[in-house]
Design a protein around this ligand. Structure first.
Ligand code: KPL
Length: 316
């Protein structure tokens, strides 16, 4: 099975590094300095403390900034996993469309809502899987990928149908790679649940400049995180997605503990001077809330503050 990982950054590095130990053939799509560093190979620091060096020859590498996909890559992959930032879903989806074989499958494992829909508009709903993950990672300045929290990958068909044989084979490869895949027949719910975690953890840890674990140590920050989560749950409910019976505090505690040593992707983006996913995280909750008449003041405030930090880069 030939698997392409589209948008290799920190989470993509975890996928590439762990899938390197599986029977899958690999293609990595990245850009700029990350692509440059991937040429030489990939160093993966596992949560258990081991260091794995994956030689650059273990995967075919595509720099998406180097022009159109070369002919030989067209239709060459059975699976395309889209892990790039939500803002790059559109461009990565068109690469997925080109790189996938006729019945190849695309899987979006990204933060925010609506990514699987964008992917499906290029490759079709019947070939698109939605996903969400609680694995956490960051990249150091030399391109080393530090897998800080071993979580799981939830994936499922957006139409709720059972996986076919090709999908089952892919899931077994993810399992072989130690990525802890779990099939979900309610993936839309899981994507909302992940959004609830992202609105709670990402902006607050980014504004405060703290690692995930520290969120649980400040009762005031914890309270704000839970408020953002509750608002998101209410928006989900009004959108017709009943998350029914989740204990928000328990869920937040579980993820914050598993990723205690991680700096959220949003904080990593701010520290590197990149645009964050705040529009796709709190922004989407605010706009859906406005559409549905659900108040979302906490998300609105967090959205404005992170946008403000982004803007501060450009002021004197
Ligand atoms: O998704 C994440 C992120 O950093 O974007 C969590 C799960 C919060 C891990 O840090």
């Amino acid at each position: 099975m030939r698997v392409a990982i589209l948008g290799v950054g920190s989470l993509g590095g975890v996928l590439a590094g762990s899938l390197a130990d599986s029977r899958a053939e690999l293609v990595c799509v990245s850009r700029g300095r990350t692509a440059e560093l991937l040429k030489a190979g990939l160093t993966l620091f596992t949560p258990e403390g081991s260091v794995e060096m994956i030689p650059g020859g273990r995967y075919a590498l595509i720099d998406s900034e180097e022009g159109p996909l070369i002919e030989i890559m067209h239709g060459s992959c059975d699976v395309a996993i889209i892990v790039g930032k939500a803002g790059s879903t559109s461009s990565l989806s068109s690469i997925a469309e080109e790189i996938l074989s006729e019945d190849g499958i695309a899987l979006s494992i990204q933060n925010g809502l609506g990514n699987a829909g964008i992917v499906a508009s290029r490759v079709g709903w019947n070939r698109t899987l939605g996903g969400s993950t609680t694995h956490s990672a960051f990249r150091d300045g030399d391109g080393g990928v530090h897998w800080t929290g071993r979580g799981s990958i939830l994936l499922g068909r957006m139409d709720g149908n059972k996986p076919g044989e090709d999908v089952a084979e892919f899931v077994s490869i993810l399992d072989e790679a130690g990525l802890n895949p779990k099939w979900s027949s309610e993936i839309e719910k899981e994507i909302w649940k992940k959004l609830m975690l992202n609105v709670a953890i990402n902006p607050i840890c980014s504004i405060a400049g703290i690692k995930n674990g520290a969120l649980a140590e400040s009762p005031d920050l914890w309270k704000m995180a839970l408020e953002a989560m509750r608002e998101t749950e209410a928006v989900a409910k009004s959108s017709g997605v009943n998350l029914g019976g989740i204990d928000n505090e328990e869920l937040l505690k579980e993820v914050v503990t598993a990723t205690a040593d991680n700096r959220v992707s949003m904080l990593q983006d701010l520290m590197a001077g990149r645009k964050t996913e705040i529009d796709e995280i709190c922004g989407v909750v605010v706009s859906k809330g406005e559409e549905l008449g659900v108040p979302t003041p906490r998300n609105k405030m967090l959205h404005a503050l992170v946008r403000g930090i982004e803007m501060s880069r450009y002021s004197d």
